[in-house]
Write a protein that binds this ligand. Structure first.
Ligand code: SMG
Ligand code: MG
Length: 377
């Protein structure tokens, strides 16, 4: 399902970048550490036809991926935003091509592309979901649950999310906090949709431990091994009955095709930031749909900007598994948009307003800003 019709070109006048610090409602612990504040970068594209908003989903430290706030800030201001401003007038579909000579830095490319895309769609009066060609007006909402003090605490936290109505639970695992935690949740909630995410914490030498997870009827195990361990993921996939899903490893449509060809994954987590943009994300959706590979939409603790875009992406038909597309309140007491995503009957609504379909709350944006820089042509 390729994009139905190209978006309008925009005449770029500048980019405003901000680093935000948003306090989390509760600490979020994964195999690589604990976060209590979300450090995010928000992009505003300034165009002759109005503003557009995007989000760069880097974290403060290079733990999930090699990108991080300061690398993103530097490359955006020094190289990527200037390259786009040099072009002056361009269509959102041209952004990736202009930025292609610069290696890596996909989260930055994705944030810049989204800001241009939002500006273009707002100027045409078209919603992002409509642009993607989605047919659904809401998507089932899964929640990602961090590692807790002990398995009993994890069960309590999971119960809270189930009571809120979340359609699927994902728990984070790491060596020593895998089989016991998963058993506790499965014993407490027999019938729920459950999956685990290791964030690259294992090696193939841990295959016996990971095979113990097979008895819990999991939807999938996400990224057990390192980002560049495609061959080992294929070997592990042959050892497990639990489907192997890749997150960190899938950095492009090419990487997705390679992983599938190798048998390294039978499910793919699609995150626009990780793959360099929402258009590349749609391309991965399309290739997986053609190959009958289920996909789901991942999350990077997005603010209301990325959360709105993810809801639109997740409404494409190949997203057959619930994504990490949770309500804003999962992470934030206060968001930077006027109408943060809410959970309704286990679903999140696909915004229908122009562009991203959310409006920025200027006071909240200002309150959370810790650094700001504007580049103009
Ligand atoms: O946004 O709901 C969310 C977070 C989902 O667990 C989540 N993301 O590996 O899938 C993942 C993690 C990466 C986030 S750590 C920066
Ligand atoms: Mg993951």
């Amino acid at each position: 399902m390729p994009i139905a019709s190209a978006a309008a070109s925009v005449a770029l006048e500048g980019f405003e970048l901000r680093v935000l610090h948003l306090p989390l409602v509760t600490p979020f612990t994964t195999s690589f550490g604990t976060e209590t504040v979300r450090e995010a970068i928000v992009v505003r594209a300034l165009t002759s036809g109005g503003d557009g908003w995007g989000e760069i989903v880097t974290s403060a430290a290079p733990l999930y991926s090699s990108e991080y706030t300061q690398s993103a800030w530097d490359v955006a201001l020094r190289w990527l935003a200037p390259a786009l401003l040099d072009r002056g007038t361009l269509a959102p579909e041209e952004v990736a091509g202009v930025l292609r000579p610069f290696v890596g830095h996909r989260m930055v490319k994705a944030g810049l592309e989204l800001a241009v895309l939002d500006a273009a769609l707002r100027s045409e009066g078209r919603a992002l979901g409509e642009y993607f060609g989605v047919a659904r007006d809401r998507v089932p909402s899964g929640v990602s649950v961090g590692i807790q003090r002990d398995p009993a605490a994890l069960v309590d936290v999971v119960r809270g999310y189930l009571d809120e109505g979340y359609a699927r639970i994902k728990i984070k695992i790491k060596p020593g906090r895998d089989v016991g935690d998963t058993a506790a949740v499965r014993d407490a909630f027999g019938g729920i949709m459950l999956q685990v995410d290791a964030n690259s914490a294992y090696t193939l030498a841990d295959a016996d431990t990971l095979a113990e997870l097979d008895r819990f009827d999991l939807l999938l195990i996400e990224q057990p091994l390192q980002e560049d361990d495609l061959v080992d993921h294929a070997a592990l996939a042959r050892r497990l009955t639990t489907p192997v899903c890749l997150d960190e490893s899938i950095v492009s449509a090419k990487a997705a095709a390679d992983a599938l060809a190798l048998g390294a994954a039978s499910v793919i987590n699609i995150k626009a930031g990780r793959v360099g943009g929402y258009l590349e994300a749609v391309a991965i959706h399309d290739l997986c749909r053609d190959a009958s590979i289920p996909v789901w939409c991942g999350g990077m603790l997005e603010t209301g900007i990325g959360r709105a875009a993810n809801a639109a992406l997740a409404a494409l038909p190949g997203f057959t598994l619930p994504g990490d597309v949770s309500a804003s309140s999962r992470f934030y007491a206060r968001d930077i948009v006027t109408e943060p995503a809410v959970l309704e009957d286990g679903h999140v609504r696909v915004p229908t307003g122009h562009g991203l379909g959310v409006e920025i709350d200027p006071v909240a944006l200002e309150d959370f800003t810790v650094a700001r820089e504007t580049l103009t042509r």
